[in-house]
Design a binder for this molecule. Structure first.
Ligand code: NAP
Ligand code: MG
Length: 503
């Protein structure tokens, strides 16, 4: 990036608003429409607390309209019956259009969420585009099967789209979490209805328009902004939705399962919360790398990451030395203006989240943990919602800050003596999304790799993964997998066709 471009980047919310296209209506049947009630939700920027837009607040009637539209598009079949190669071409065109609008999408994401523009530019948007490209390219390369049938019969085992897929997504990676759902769902020929989180619908509404521009037929890609109980719940309860896929908290994930059970037994996929343990053994031969991963595994995106390694388990002999390093990183990392390309640590998503995080920090201290860094609100004068990177020492696994997902930049450090003890503590959680260990002993690495009950285990790294590897949780972190070819299973029915040739 040249210096001129850097200088021209908007530094205030007001300036940024001049260069983005705000789309605020629901996107149903290939066009933007108001919510049928005419109601809207106010969307604000956590950068400075200012108002961004009034976005359509959809409810039951809009859900009925969107589901009927998505169903009609599925029945007509322009998309589902298109050859995989044609769907591939359209989705690749979609990815190209997203690429052409990448800067604007990154800006929308930063405005709505307060995530540093450096992150949305280098991670959120490129990974969203990569996800669309991956499933576009995958879909004309996966084969169905023929069964081992007798010579007078043919058994075909084929995959078909499930039909109308609804996806309810969170605010922490608004476009990326949405793309992990819509890209494989579209590639396999479904009609989709997306319900973004109320705090962050602006980027996905813009993307809906770009999908139409790429040639995805009307009714195949719909976006219904609105609140969870008003727009998400009726989708999950709808008798004509075939699958509901969800990323968000465990509490809401459980509700979604209930809605599916109460209605039509629709298929459910859940990516929920985490309280991931990161174990550091005395024999780790690169404590600086481990300290960096321990800090950034929680402070990245202000800790609003489902896989954040918030339980830091450190072996007794090196604990003080190690936490000194982590505290140094925490103290050196200052919250800054998310629109400034040099900022590494931005704001939390909203005031509610700020208060939740500050509440957990208070609780940690009240339960006896020792604050080693941070712990306070920051940049209050901006009107935004910033909190300092925070490190607690002396945490036990029974404390609230070791058991509950904080979803903020708070590390809870727990001391242990033996590997067995570390593995027991690590697995003593209702969650099982991710886990990690730092060790130079290959046996320890292998034992931990198998023993840790989590969907992703990282050895001598944190967050090692890409679109080719499945992502999802054990236990109450959910079930079903996003990313990789395994995700195609969620969006397809397996059908057996037995053709008898003669009797
Ligand atoms: P959330 O409160 O569970 O909300 C997630 C989505 O569910 C939002 O769109 C929300 O809508 C909607 N919702 C709320 N109540 C609902 C209801 N009764 N029926 C249907 N939908 C409803 O989660 P969040 O605060 O947005 O995101 C943070 C959580 O997501 C954390 O727990 C984090 O660990 C998890 N997460 C998990 C992963 C993963 O892949 N495992 C990835 C990212 C985040 P409104 O917010 O608009 O009301
Ligand atoms: Mg917002």
């Amino acid at each position: 990036m040249n210096v001129q471009t850097e200088i021209n980047k908007p530094q205030t919310v007001a300036d940024a608003l001049k260069v983005v296209s705000l789309r605020t209506q629901a996107f149903i049947g290939g066009k933007f429409v108001d919510s049928l009630s005419g109601k809207t939700l106010s969307s604000s920027s956590p950068i400075d607390g200012s108002h961004l837009a009034d976005v359509a607040a959809c409810d039951q009637r809009d859900v009925d309209h969107a589901v009927a539209t998505a169903r009609a598009a599925f029945e007509v079949g322009h998309w589902r019956n298109a050859s995989p190669n044609d769907r591939r071409k359209t989705l690749l065109k979609f990815a190209d259009i997203l690429q052409a609008n990448a800067e604007e999408l990154a800006l929308l994401e930063t405005l709505d969420l307060g995530k540093p523009i450096a992150n949305t530019t280098s991670v959120d948007i490129p990974l969203t585009i990569e996800t669309v490209r991956y499933y576009a390219e995958a879909i004309n390369k996966v084969y169905d099967e023929l069964g081992p049938s007798p010579s007078n019969a043919v058994s075909m085992i084929v995959r078909e789209p499930v039909g109308v897929v609804a996806a309810v997504t969170p605010w922490n990676f608004p476009l990326l979490m949405a793309a992990w759902k819509f890209a494989p769902a579209l590639a396999t020929g479904n009609s989709v209805i997306m319900k973004p989180a109320e705090q962050t619908s602006l980027s996905l509404l813009r993307v809906a328009e770009l999908a139409a521009e790429a040639g995805i037929p009307a009714g195949v890609f719909n976006v219904l902004p609105g609140e969870g109980p008003s727009a998400g719940k009726p989708l999950a309860l709808h008798m004509d939705v075939d699958a509901i896929v969800f990323t968000g908290s465990t509490a809401v994930g459980k509700l979604i399962m209930g809605y599916a059970a109460q209605s039509n037994m629709k298929r459910v996929g859940l990516e929920c919360g985490g309280k991931s343990p990161q174990i550091v053994m005395t024999d780790c031969d690169n404590l600086d790398a481990a300290a960096n991963a321990a800090a950034w595994g929680v402070f990245y995106d202000q800790g609003q990451v489902c896989t954040a390694g918030t339980r830091l388990l450190v072996q007794k002999d090196i604990k003080d030395q190690f936490l000194e390093k982590v505290a140094g990183i925490a103290t050196g990392l200052k919250p800054g203006n998310p629109l400034d390309p040099a900022t590494e640590f931005g704001s939390l998503v909203d005031e509610t989240q700020l208060n939740t995080v500050l509440g957990y920090i208070e609780k940690g201290a009240a339960e006896g943990a020792q604050l080693r860094a941070g712990g306070k609100r920051a940049m209050t004068e901006t009107g935004g919602y910033y909190v300092q990177p925070t490190l607690f020492d002396g945490v036990t696994n029974e404390m609230t800050i070791a058991r509950e997902e904080i979803f903020g930049p708070v590390i809870s450090a727990i001391e242990f003596e033996t590997l067995d003890q570390a593995l027991r503590i690590a697995n003593d959680s209702i969650y099982g999304l991710a886990a990690g260990i730092w060790t130079s002993n290959v046996n320890t690495a292998h034992i931990a790799g198998r023993a840790l009950r989590a969907g992703n285990v990282w050895i001598n790294c944190w967050d090692g993964s890409d679109i080719t590897t499945p992502f999802g949780g054990f236990k109450q972190s959910g079930f079903g997998r996003d990313r990789s070819l395994h995700a195609l299973d969620k969006y397809t029915e397996l059908k057996t066709i037995w053709l008898q040739l003669s009797n």
